[in-house]
Write a new protein. Structure first.
Length: 247
């Protein structure tokens, strides 16, 4: 993601270097597989797949990789079966954490996630133990286009379903219900604008301020989650240094 979103610290995903980019390719490939399994391989009639394919293009995933993922999910290249699972818990200093996974072995993944929580000085909790501290939202980032009025763009976003709009910097940062992501993306693309990213997230209702030592512990925990192939997204309510949150 280019630029820095004021909502950036709700989500932890890094793409530094070829190895990290390969992990993102793998994660998005799994998202494609689940979308095809649940809604079919035609993006024109599968809104979830449409959004994921757009995210794949945002991350510069080659078309061959995308086509192969769709064929795998359709059974053309062998059977594949990923299930969604969500784990909740607490990190260092009581930081609330939600870990979203796609896995072909829930027992393995649950053990791995629990181990990461324990190793990081936290603990995995029961379903719902921290989710009430977050609100599901969509975040859409759009590059500004010369000659367009910010107020008019804000009204366009609101008409498309936006809840909040930030015009600071070189991008529009749009907060919306997850169901409005596709409409907002299409609306701004129809205006000839570049949608940098559009994805669902979980916004913390309150955040936790950390000292340097605890912030480092949380960063190490997030990196451990990021290194696990089954982990798709991690959301937390820690206030971390801005430079550590840029994607």
């Amino acid at each position: 993601m280019s630029g820095h979103s004021k909502w950036a610290n709700i989500k932890h995903r890094k793409a530094k270097g070829d190895a990290a980019k390969a992990k993102i390719f793998t994660k998005i490939g799994r998202e494609i597989a689940v979308a095809v399994k649940t809604g079919g391989a035609d993006p024109s009639s599968n809104a979830r797949l449409w959004d994921i394919l757009a995210k794949a293009r945002e991350n510069n995933i080659p078309n061959d990789n995308i086509t192969r993922s769709i064929k795998k999910a359709s059974g053309e290249l062998g059977n594949i079966n990923y299930e969604e699972s969500v784990y909740e818990g607490y990190g260092p200093n009581g930081v609330a954490v939600i870990v979203q996974c796609l896995t072909d072995n829930k027992n393995r993944t649950a053990g791995d996630i629990r181990h990461i929580f324990d190793k990081s000085g936290g603990s995995m909790g029961t379903t719902g133990c921290v989710s009430f501290m977050f609100e599901a939202k969509g975040i859409v980032l759009v590059d500004k286009k010369p000659g367009l009025d910010d107020d008019e763009m804000m009204m366009t976003a609101i008409d498309l379903g936006a809840d909040d709009f930030n015009a600071d910097g070189g991008q529009y940062e749009i907060l919306c219900p997850p169901a409005s992501i596709s409409a907002i993306r299409k609306g701004f693309e129809d205006l000839g604008m570049v949608v940098v990213s559009a994805d669902s997230s979980k916004i913390p209702l309150n955040t936790v301020k950390l000292g340097d030592e605890d912030a480092e512990k949380v960063e190490r925990m997030l990196e451990r989650f990021d290194d696990n192939d089954d982990v798709q997204d991690v959301f937390h309510n820690a206030e971390l240094p801005e430079e550590e949150e840029d994607e």
